[in-house]
Every structure is written in structure tokens, then in C-alpha cells.
Design a protein around this ligand. Structure first.
Ligand SMILES: [Mg+2]
Length: 288
């Protein structure tokens, strides 16, 4: 932990990476979905990593499985937060680099989604028929945070690299869809038509936002970089998707590298978080 890192609260709940950033005037917030709010797709890496390693082990110039695992993990994680198709496009390149004959990115994506769906189908159905409680499939404190931000009149946006029909359905079954008055956006088959960057540009345009009025929440590289690129405030959510408590150290490091201003494990530290993001003194000062 470097000297700029500060901890608030008993359990290191809120880790401030940069403390010199103006905050409190937020008018809109953008959320990533998987790992940031939803846990429905938790464990997707355990489907994508082995599948991609399996594909990369076939070409004539393939390295050992151990080396391939490292290669796959590197590029998959770097592209997390972007649409799934970008990971599949990289897979095509990696197959070609090893003198293999790849399928198309879309074919890889469909096979990956088929395998992932096998793993998570019961969660979506369980939420729909009520046999699984919503809380269990949400990053702790998500509902409370969304309510809190709405009570402060922020317009909320949801932008996910997961295909849009899935995001819409999963946000609905989790009971969070209604919070996103700015819209819910996901990956499209015409992938050039969607990016988190585009959604952010749209937010800025339609609400005439200054950078400091934009707040972003995400557990991946891409959304943190996109929010910082326009001068917004980026909250990194280093959620442990398996245990639903505590911090995922690996995510924490990646989020700090990506430029997150603050890092939290989840939203169970809501009071500390909102006290910090919306300083009372400054709010008073702003009303005068
Ligand atoms: Mg995510």
C-alpha cells in the first residue's frame, strides 16, 4: 500500500487512491453490470479461460498448457469490460500466431455463451421463479446504493459488455432495471455500434455534463479508463464474486492500475462511501 492510500472505517472498507479530486457535484452515474452489481455471471472466467486454452492448444505452434493459460488470462483480463467479441477477436489472432486456422470471432463467442449459459441458466430461472433470493445474486449493498443515488437525483446508466438481451433480462430479474432512467445498454451483434465510451459520450451530451459531474462504478479495466478519460470520478469495485465478502486483491491491483480514484469491495460500506463522495461541507457550500 503506498503513502497515498488511506483507509476509512473499521474494515478497510473504502480505500482512497487519490484524495485530491473535486467531488460532490455528481449528476449522473454509470455502472458496469457483471461483478459490479450482478453476480449471475460470476465464474464466467472459469468457462472462458479453459475454453480458450482448449482452442489455443490445437494449432501446431502451441506452447504448453501452462503457458497458454497465462497468455489467455492476460488478454482476457485486459479486455474485460469490453464486449465479449473483442476477447474472441484476440483469440482468433492468437490462433493465427500459432499457425492455426481459426473460426470466426462470432463462432467463438456463440460457443462460449452456450457453455456459460449451461452454468448460469439455473440462476436466472431461480430468480424468476423465486427459489433464489435476489440479494444472493447482487453485490452486497447494491440496492441500497442505487436507492441512495436516486434520492440524490442522479441519472443512472447501465452499460455492459454482455449482450444486450441478457443484460436487460438479468437486470429485470434482479429488480434493478427500474433504477436506470438513463438506459440499459449492452453488446450488440453489430458490435461497432456499442461501447462504454459511446454511452459515456451520450451521457455527457444529453445532460451537458462536465467531467466532474460524472460518477462511474466498475470492477474492470475498461470502464475505469473510460470514466477517467472524460475527467469523471471512478469507483473501482474489487468484489469477491465467489464469497460475496471481502476484497479481491487481484481486481484491486488492476483497478488501481487502471486509474480508479477509490476502491471498495462492495457497497456494504455505503455510509462511508456516500460521506466521502458527497462531502457535507461542500454540499452546504454549494447551496449557498
Ligand atoms: Mg464487470
Amino acid at each position: 500500500m503506498d503513502k497515498h492510500t488511506e483507509i476509512i472505517g473499521r474494515e478497510a472498507a473504502v480505500e482512497i487512491i487519490k484524495d485530491d479530486i473535486f467531488r460532490g457535484r455528481f449528476k449522473a452515474a454509470i455502472f458496469d453490470f457483471d461483478g459490479t452489481l450482478s453476480l449471475i455471471r460470476a465464474g464466467w472466467q472459469d468457462v472462458m479461460y479453459p475454453y480458450f486454452v482448449e482452442v489455443l492448444a490445437e494449432p501446431p505452434q502451441a506452447e504448453s498448457l501452462q503457458e497458454l493459460e497465462h497468455v489467455v488470462r492476460e488478454f482476457v483480463d485486459l479486455l474485460t469490460g469490453k464486449q465479449t467479441i473483442y476477447q474472441c477477436m484476440q483469440l482468433v489472432e492468437e490462433v493465427e500466431k500459432r499457425d492455426g486456422v481459426p473460426l470466426t470471432p462470432l463462432e467463438y463467442k456463440h460457443e462460449y455463451l452456450r457453455r456459460l449459459w449451461e452454468r448460469i441458466e439455473h440462476r436466472v430461472h431461480g430468480l424468476e421463479d423465486g427459489s433464489i433470493e435476489r440479494e444472493v445474486m447482487l453485490v452486497p449493498g447494491s440496492m441500497q446504493l442505487l436507492r441512495e443515488l436516486k434520492s440524490r437525483d442522479l441519472t443512472l446508466y447501465l452499460a455492459s459488455g454482455t449482450d444486450e438481451p441478457y443484460v436487460l433480462r438479468e437486470a429485470a430479474v434482479l429488480g434493478v432495471a427500474g433504477f436506470f432512467d438513463g438506459g440499459i445498454y449492452g453488446a450488440l451483434d453489430r458490435y461497432e455500434d456499442f461501447s462504454k465510451e459511446k454511452v459515456i459520450q451520450e451521457m455527457i451530451k444529453s445532460h451537458h455534463l462536465a467531467g466532474e459531474e460524472l460518477l462511474g462504478f466498475g470492477d474492470g479495466y475498461v470502464e475505469i479508463e473510460n470514466v477517467k478519460a472524460v475527467g469523471g470520478y471512478a469507483v473501482g469495485v474489487a468484489s469477491d464474486e465467489v464469497h460475496r465478502r471481502g476484497i479481491n486483491e487481484w481486481k484491486r491491483r488492476r483497478l488501481a492500475d487502471a486509474g480508479a480514484d477509490l476502491i471498495i469491495p462492495d457497497y456494504s460500506c455505503l455510509m462511508d462511501l456516500t460521506d466521502y463522495l458527497f462531502p457535507k461541507a461542500r454540499n452546504r457550500w454549494l447551496k449557498e
